[in-house]
Ligand binder design. Structure first.
Ligand SMILES: [Zn+2]
Length: 323
């Protein structure tokens, strides 16, 4: 009889501790840190009213992991490096098995000139924005309506931009100092990304506007700070010429069917690519602000497979390519 009572007391205590844990508002997100960022918002919780799930397991996993460990890294050969992204999470399997992955080399051998693509139709507008440190990159996300881009009759709304160094895409095997990605989404949740390459040189004026707030969130994780109004028109394309192909997100979960547009300007007389510039100080500032301690945040090149790479360049009235 005594034994039965103490067993009941034990289970009562366990139940009370469980209820106390669940009743603390925000306890999960504050206490569990990264594990909840990875799983908590997407997965059901064990707490009443939140469905049923595996948060207790997550508590254990999180306590055992070093605090600064990233969910994925850019370190070649490391356990969570690019070649293993597809094994780290079942939802990231496309990183390994996908046949339309990004980035790729925009090699001239594969490029088809496609005048029918037409000029890039952008209708951006200045809107309130915030910079956020995502650990592996710095993102500027627009809180207000920053306008959109139109491709094949679909309107894609500008959501955020972020920076990679060195560039993720390459042109004829050449990588550049930096690449900015402007991420757009349609009402049907389709993604279109506009990529702009930068070579080393004078500071980029748009990044210069953001230096201070980026330094404010340096070495924090998932912290964000409002920057007031940011004007997407200040991110200059550098060219009306662009490449278009179908690829993927370049970070896990590597979702496919992302419509890529990569701008490019070529000075035909010099046979060299002319791109926009960024200063080394700015590249360093972006790399040091994140806390993954990696020297770069560019995914290795992926197989093109059978994909088409189309190229648009404006033409003169008589149909000749405009320089
Ligand atoms: Zn990107």
């Amino acid at each position: 009889m005594e034994k039965a009572t103490s067993t009941s007391l034990f289970f009562l205590c366990v139940f009370l501790v469980f209820l106390a844990f669940c009743s603390i508002p925000g306890a999960k997100s504050q206490e569990l840190g990264k594990a909840v960022l990875l799983w908590g918002s997407e997965h059901p919780s064990i707490c009443p009213g939140h469905g049923f799930g595996s948060d207790l397991l997550i508590v254990y996993v999180d306590l055992g992991a070093p605090e600064d460990e990233e969910e994925f890294s850019y370190e070649a050969g490391s356990e969570n490096g690019p070649e293993h992204w597809g094994d780290l999470n079942p939802e990231w399997s496309l990183c390994k098995n996908g046949t339309m992955q990004s980035p790729i080399d925009l090699t001239h051998k594969r490029v088809e000139v496609a005048p029918g693509l037409g000029r890039l139709k952008r209708s951006y507008k200045p809107a309130t924005a915030a910079v956020k440190n995502r650990g592996h990159d710095i993102m500027l996300k627009w809180i207000g309506d920053a306008g959109s881009i139109h491709i094949d009759g679909v309107e894609y709304h500008l959501r955020q931009c972020h920076w990679h160094s060195p560039s993720e895409h390459s042109i004829n095997g050449r990588r550049f100092e930096m690449e900015v990605h402007l991420v757009h989404q349609s009402r049907e949740n389709k993604t279109a990304v506009l990529g702009i390459m930068y070579k080393r040189g004078r500071p980029d004026p748009f990044l210069s506007e953001l230096m201070e707030p980026i330094e404010d969130i340096a070495r924090t994780k998932d912290e964000e700070t409002e920057v007031g109004v940011a004007n997407p028109w200040h991110i200059k394309l550098g060219s009306r010429k662009y490449y278009r192909y179908l690829g993927s997100l370049t970070t896990p979960p590597c979702h496919q069917n992302v419509l890529w547009t990569i701008t490019r300007k070529v000075l035909l007389t010099l046979r060299t690519a002319y791109v926009r510039t960024v200063s080394m100080e700015q590249v360093r500032m972006l790399r040091e602000a994140v806390h993954d301690d990696a020297e770069k945040n560019a995914r290795p090149l992926q197989e093109i497979n059978k994909r088409e790479i189309r190229f648009y360049r404006p033409q003169t009235l008589d149909g000749r390519p405009r320089r």
